[in-house]
Write a protein that binds this ligand. Sequence first.
Ligand code: ADP
Length: 865
Amino acid sequence: MSHAPTPMMAQYLALKDQAGDCLLFYRMGDFFELFFDDARTAAQVLDIALTSRGEHQGTPIPMCGVPVHSAEGYLARLIRAGCRVAIAEQVESPEEAKKRGGSKALVARDIVRFVTAGTLTEEALLNPRESNVLVAVCPLRDRVGIAACDISTGRVELEECAVDGLGAALARLAPRETVCPEEWPSAPLEAVGRPAHGFDSAGGEARLKEIHGVATLDGFGQFGRAMLAAAGGLIAYLDHVGRGRLPLLLPPVARGGDAHMAMDEATRASLEVLVSSTGTRKGSLAEAVDRCVTGAGARLLAEDLSAPLLDLFAIRQRLELVQWLCEDPLLRGDLRGVLRAVPDLGRALGRVVAGRGSPRDLGQLRDGLAEARRLHDSLAARGALPALAQALLPRLTGHGALVDLYARALVPSPPTERGQGGFIAEGYDASLDTLRAAAGNSRRAIAALEAKYRDETGVAALKIRHNGVLGYFIEVPARHADRLMQPDSGFTHRQTMAGAVRFNALALHEEASRIAEAGGHALVAEEAHFEDLIARAIDAREAIAATAAALARLDVGASHAERAAEGGWSLPRVVDEPVLAIAGGRHPVVEAALARAGERFVANDCRLSDADRLWLVGGPNMGGKSTFLRQNALIVLLAQAGSYVPAEAATVGLVDRLFSRVGASDNLARGRSTFMVEMVETAAILQQAGPRSFVILDEVGRGTSTYDGLALAWAVAEAVHETNRCRCLFATHYHEMQRLAETCPALSLHHVRAREWKGDLVLLHELAEGPADKSYGLAVARLAGVPDAVVKRARAVLDKLEKGRAATGGLAAGLGDLPLFAAAIEAAEDKVDALREKLNGLDIDSLSPRAALDLLYELKREANA
Ligand code: ADP
């Protein structure tokens, strides 16, 4: 028996072939249906019933479906679960199909769009406060090009980095979706492979020129070949996903590698910049700082926090804007009031350009641009603006003609659906008004007919009604139907219902036709106007995007000012010298958490300078060491992002790279042993940190045995002090490390204070100078609720251990005659150099085999000496 697929199944399978690894949404009437494995996946993710339909190769075909009208919600869930979806629509009506291929013809279907996490524009599928970034990466020789875009707002950035910098760059961009050439062995784990020929630098350059209608890209910036190759891959993917219709792409911006403070993935994670350790925004720095009143502002703020600046001038400009808004609460309040009412211009524009714009989106452009203009006028009237505000001013205006057009063309609140019409305002198009008037007249005429028919028939219960199947009809209760059934009554019978009978009449039919005709023409006219209005927005896309960006920048400035006012934050002084002087610093997230519990945060100072650049911080667990370390890193990050900082005063010397190694135990989920992770990250710091970097290291060596741990922590601290020479806060519970202060002149000792009071431990969370006196481990255990008996037993064990230590000189007993770090390194190098010299001086050809063998023994002896 053959199992030739039905024509429909054949069509489905061909489309599924095109869809590749995307789930195929196959349109059938009012449903999108999924079959086979797609159905299994979707049924599980969406928690909907898995059924079956027909047979394929002898077995039932698994199937599930979602209604078209509520498809967006289901799509959102699938995307969130990491799926990608291809939408196959019916591209002709059943009537057209019949005309084409007879009564049994199958309706033609085609994939009209791919829905993927990185290519969304729909309001319902996007988080208004988060960017939605799609990234294409492409290796080229020893570099990697990165093209990043947010098609919901059109922003495009190109950059390039060394292969080992890719992780950090992706961590900064936090893409929702990544594509790369297929069969690239070192592709990022989550990247989707795409045909390699799309990632072509010449092709990428040509496409960019074509999209922006320019003969050269020089006006936008300097782009290397790797960047252009990545751009090529990005555009090829967007072409594929949009089936040839490109979304909003603004001119590309070249991002230089040294424009921003470098932070690797581990640092971002441990500082919880955008997401906290719970994987959500809750508890993150972004959440603690963000007071933006617009989604666009919140997105820009997140970007700022992800990429703090290195340019003193630019940082000071941002800070000056914040200061201006900080010192003038009335202005700030007004500004925020206006911004709160501004629609999300950037995203409305993104939908419009992607071909998914609605009349409502045009209304949003109208309202947003009009508000921007009003803001411009009120700011311009003030005079004496800070430089950044002055620079933003012209971008807030210049849309007069467009706003005016939209104001005349559109009703005050246009609908999201355009199929029903009704969004073009009265008075915009005289012929449209005439059509509407005709329809209106006919509706009134129909109302008049009802009265007339009642009169004529004497049936008071007679009604003219309307439904989708019959159109307009006359309905009377069944018991009165006879009168209208008379052959000469002027009524023709249409339908008999239980209890009611329906009729038509010539005059009614004529008026109804007029309504239908006028309505149809009106719809066509509105559609034409809509296309025209859309085209006008597309023409002005760059200027609209610039206005959206300017509004977002103002919102961010006002947000920082608001946050500063709320929390008593202060204006940081950002300078070029490698210092860090913070008076009364606080950790914004911990402080907020304590405040919710009614507790007070203890502010602490930090003073690092060239002569005192490494602080060793000791003290009991839970004493506040991590918090202190992180709060200083966050203050640096905030200052360079252009924000006020949670401190009484702060002088921040520019930091080129920020590193944070905190809490080995946080990383268990990543599959590597904690100690391995800790060492990989520590290695990165030792290799990359320089004199302008700032490093926080928390409990290095905690993940291994005491001796290993102490030895590593010791060596790492020495290397940071001698070789990296960066500013560094180093928390440790190893008492022995205090002896480093004897040999490292730029290292000083500090501790978080604690006191035992009537047997209870009191953690003061207060930083003090000098070494910690003891570790209070048992007291912390008691505080944590470890049963008394266990603590008592531990006390007994500890006494024994301490007696042993006193007898042997303790853990660090052998360290007394340790040579200095620098001397030890030099000694090792000396030895290598002596060997090299000897090898270089050899005349190998003149050696007898015997002499060569002796020499090998000798060299080996020396190497081991
Ligand atoms: P450690 O790293 O020394 O083990 P943490 O920094 O993790 O300690 O702090 C432990 C807890 O102490 C925090 O969760 C917080 O509740 C509290 N804490 C830390 N620093 C402060 C502070 N400066 N003021 C008030 N409470 C603090």
